[in-house]
Write a protein that binds this ligand. Structure first.
Ligand SMILES: C[S@@+](CC[C@H](N)C(=O)[O-])C[C@H]1O[C@@H](n2cnc3c(N)ncnc32)[C@H](O)[C@@H]1O
Length: 245
């Protein structure tokens, strides 16, 4: 056991607890705290977990839905099987992944979408935050398209430019939208969770959440362009540029 591992474990009670209770990631406690406060997952629900690797949230979702429920997890990375869940490998930005998820829902209703989606961090906050915003917005569009009216949605977002656009887009689709920062998030973390309850039968305004967020970014002077050469080539991500005069 390395000295560093020992020190981190000693300092981080969530990590220690997750290990002792058999959760694959300390992040399981973030979903537990969201669930405790908002009761977003109900017994018997069908739940989609976007960005599920290594499977901590999927494990918690399986516990919450019980035997009559269903949990579908999806990630770019291969997730080892989670008992009681279906885990898929796929990119949530691809139509083929959405088709696979829809096949797994198998004509039933999707009641809840949970998303702890996060980009591979580059260490440059602006870049990471922009990519995270785009991924979370994508998750909102998926939730909007697949959820049953009345369904719930949770997504991680990094604090920063454009987040208000995402909150607005969520408010057009859900009757209740709030932000929540679980104490299980690391204290230095800039992440927060958007908790959206009771999906409306129809959005209050036409157009995708992505379009709404792009329009919001433009309104605060951030131009989103598609094809720009840059050193980092994220799979997705808003590219922020100063507004051209
Ligand atoms: C913080 S981890 C999730 C941890 C998980 N909630 C748990 O408790 O074990 C974020 C995940 O989002 C996934 N991800 C990022 N972009 C994605 C995409 N486009 N489609 C699917 N998953 C993606 C990453 O591969 C990563 O595993």
């Amino acid at each position: 056991m390395s000295k560093r591992w020992y020190q981190e474990n000693k300092r981080d009670p969530w990590r220690r607890d997750a290990k002792s209770k058999g959760y694959r990631a300390r992040s399981a406690y973030k979903l537990k705290q969201i669930q405790e406060k908002f009761g977003i997952i109900r017994k018997g629900d069908c739940v989609l977990d976007i960005g599920c690797h290594p499977g901590g949230w999927t494990q918690v979702a399986v516990e919450e839905v019980g035997e009559s429920g269903k949990v579908i997890g999806v990630d770019l990375l291969v997730t080892s099987p989670v008992e009681g869940a279906i885990v898929l490998v796929g990119d949530i930005t691809h139509d083929s992944t959405i088709e696979e998820i829809t096949r797994e829902i198998a004509g039933g209703q999707l009641n809840c979408v949970i998303s702890d989606i996060s980009p591979r961090l580059t260490g440059r906050y602006d870049t990471d935050q922009a990519i995270s915003l785009e991924l979370s917005t994508m998750a909102l569009d998926v939730a909007s398209d697949l959820l049953v009216p009345g369904g719930g949605f949770v997504t991680k977002v990094f604090q920063g430019a454009g987040i208000e656009g995402l909150v607005e887009a969520a408010k057009l689709r859900f009757s209740s939208v709030g932000r929540f920062s679980p104490t299980a998030s690391r204290s230095a973390s800039s992440e927060t969770y958007l908790v959206c309850q009771r999906k409306l039968p129809e959005p209050k305004k036409e157009g995708s959440a992505m379009q709404h967020v792009e329009d919001h970014l433009a309104s605060i002077g951030i131009v989103v362009e598609e094809d720009i050469d840059q050193e980092i080539d994220p799979i997705v991500g808003f590219r922020k540029l100063p507004k051209k005069e």
